[in-house]
Ligand binder design. Structure first.
Ligand code: ATP
Ligand code: MG
Length: 420
C-alpha cells in the first residue's frame, strides 16, 4: 500500500478535543473518524487493525468449539418485553416504525439467541452447543467518551453456551477463561481476571477481563502476590487490607474492561421456554452462559496500554501492516528504484504487508513522525545515505536504536521476523 494513495492519512490537528490517548492517536493517525459522539467510522488503516483483532477472537472461538452465526441488530419489542428489559435496560435504543411497531437496536443478544436455540434444540443429543457472533451493538450510553472505549455503536464478540446441567456449564466456563487469556496473549496484552457483579438477578460473580492501565475507568482491588482481583464496585476488601486468598497486602489499580463473562443459570431459558428432553424422556431446563468481548474497545485499550509521546506502538499480531518503508525523497532516481525493488520483493514474493511512504510532498522528518504516530512495528528506511552503503536502515518502533543491514540480506531478515 502506497501511503500517498491511502484514504485517511495522518492529520496535524483533529476536530474534537481528544482527551484520551486512544482518541488522540487513532484520530490523528487516520485510523478512525468521528461521525458523532460515540460513533466512529473505521478508516482503511483502522479497519485493518480491527479485522486482525476479530480474526484472533474468531480463531480462539473456533478452537473452543464454538460456531459462528450472525443475528440481526433490529429486534422486535416483544422479545425485550418478555425479559422485562424493554423497561429496565436504560441504554436500550428504541426505534419506531412508520407502522407504529417498535423495535430495539441490539445492545446484547440473549433476547434473540434464546428463542432461536429453542427452535433447534429438543433432545439432550442437541446439547451442549456454543454459538458466537462478531457484530455491531448499540447502547444509549449517557456519556460516550474516551474515544472508542465507550461508544454508542461498537463492535462486540458475543458467545452464548447452552448446557444440559449446571455442572456442564461450570466445566465449560474455565475453558472460556482460557480462550480469553489466549486471545490476550496473542495480542501481546496482559490481563487480570476480575470478579465482578453477576447482574441484578444473582448473588454470583461474573468475571471481567481487565487490561491494567491508569487510563482505565474501573477501579479494581488486586493482590500483587497472587491472582486475586475484584471490581471495587462489589468488593468487600480494601487497599492495604489482607488478600483473602494469600494473606498478602491488597492494592488498587485501574483497568479497562475488555471482556465480561456470566453464568446465566436458567434465567433466559425460563423466560423463553428453552428446554430439552433428557435420556429418560423427562423435560429439563437448559443452562446458559454468555461471554462478551469488546472488539472495538480492544483496539482502543491496546493504544492506551501501548503508546509513547510520539504515537502508537502496535503489537505485531494486530498492527495494520507488518513493515513501514520510508523512502527519503531524493533527486537521484536510484533511491525510488531501490525502495520499489524492496517493496516488490517483500509484497509479491513473500506476502509481507508493507505500508510504503512514497510521498513526494513530505520531508524525512514528517515521514518519521508519521511512522511513529501510526506505530507499525518495523520501519525500514531507504535514502541516499543508506544506498551509498548498499544497505537499508532497520528500526523497531518499540526500540530506540536503528541498525544498517546490507540490502541483500534485508528481505530475508524481514521474512524471518514476520514469521517468528
Ligand atoms: P461497561 O461496564 O464498560 O459499560 P458493560 O459491563 O455494560 O460495559 P458488557 O455488557 O459486559 O458491557 O459487554 C461486553 C463487552 O463489550 C465489554 O466487556 C466491553 O468490552 C464491550 N462494551 C460494552 N459497552 C461498550 C461500549 N459502550 N463501547 C465499546 N465497548 C463496549
Ligand atoms: Mg461488563
Amino acid at each position: 500500500m502506497r501511503y500517498s494513495k491511502l484514504f485517511g492519512k495522518s492529520r496535524k490537528s483533529i476536530p474534537t478535543d481528544a482527551e484520551s490517548a486512544n482518541a488522540k492517536y487513532l484520530l490523528k493517525g487516520g485510523f478512525v473518524e468521528q461521525l458523532s459522539a460515540g460513533i466512529y467510522t473505521w478508516l482503511p488503516l483502522g479497519l485493518r487493525v480491527l479485522r486482525k483483532v476479530e480474526n484472533i477472537v474468531r480463531q480462539e472461538m473456533e478452537n473452543l468449539g464454538a460456531q459462528e452465526l450472525l443475528m440481526p441488530a433490529l429486534h422486535p419489542k416483544e422479545n425485550w418485553e418478555k425479559t422485562g428489559r424493554w423497561k429496565t435496560m436504560d441504554v436500550l435504543f428504541k426505534v419506531k416504525s412508520q407502522t407504529g411497531k417498535e423495535y430495539a437496536l441490539g445492545a446484547t443478544h440473549e433476547e434473540v439467541i434464546t428463542p432461536l436455540v429453542a427452535r433447534f434444540v429438543q433432545s439432550y443429543k442437541d446439547l451442549p452447543v456454543h454459538l458466537y457472533q462478531i457484530q455491531t451493538k448499540y447502547r444509549d450510553e449517557l456519556r460516550a467518551k474516551s474515544g472508542v472505549l465507550r461508544g454508542r455503536e461498537f463492535g462486540m464478540k458475543d458467545l452464548y453456551s447452552f448446557h444440559r446441567n449446571h455442572e456442564e456449564l461450570q466445566a465449560f466456563y474455565p475453558e472460556a477463561i482460557r480462550a480469553y487469556n489466549e486471545i490476550m496473549n496473542r495480542m501481546g496484552m496482559e490481563i487480570r481476571v476480575t470478579e465482578a457483579s453477576g447482574g441484578p438477578f444473582t448473588e454470583k460473580y461474573s468475571h471481567e477481563f481487565h487490561i491494567l492501565t491508569p487510563a482505565g475507568e474501573d477501579a479494581l482491588v488486586i493482590c500483587g502476590s497472587c491472582d486475586f482481583a475484584q471490581n471495587k464496585e462489589i468488593s468487600k476488601f480494601k487497599k492495604g487490607g489482607e488478600c483473602p486468598k494469600c494473606g498478602k497486602t491488597l492494592s488498587e489499580a485501574k483497568g479497562i474492561e475488555v471482556g465480561n463473562i456470566f453464568d446465566l443459570g436458567t434465567k433466559f431459558a425460563d423466560t423463553f421456554e428453552l428446554s430439552f428432553t433428557d435420556e429418560e424422556g423427562k423435560k429439563q431446563k437448559v443452562w446458559m452462559g454468555c461471554y462478551g468481548f469488546g472488539t472495538t474497545r480492544m483496539v482502543g485499550a491496546v493504544v492506551e496500554a501501548s503508546h509513547d509521546e510520539r504515537g502508537i506502538v502496535w503489537p505485531k499480531s494486530i498492527a495494520p501492516f507488518d513493515v513501514q518503508v520510508v523512502e527519503v525523497k531524493s533527486k537521484k532516481p536510484e533511491v525510488r528504484a531501490a525502495a520499489e525493488d524492496l517493496i516488490r520483493d517483500l509484497e509479491q514474493h513473500h506476502g509481507v504487508d508493507v505500508l510504503y511512504d512514497d510521498r513526494d510532498d513530505a520531508s524525512a522528518g514528517e515521514k518519521f513522525a508519521d511512522a511513529d504516530l501510526i506505530g507499525i512495528p518495523l520501519r525500514l528506511v531507504v535514502s541516499e545515505k543508506t544506498l551509498a552503503k548498499d544497505s537499508v536502515e532497520w528500526k523497531f518502533r518499540a526500540q530506540k536504536e536503528a541498525t544498517l543491514f546490507p540490502s541483500k540480506e534485508v528481505v530475508g531478515k524481514v521474512v524471518e521476523w514476520v514469521n517468528a
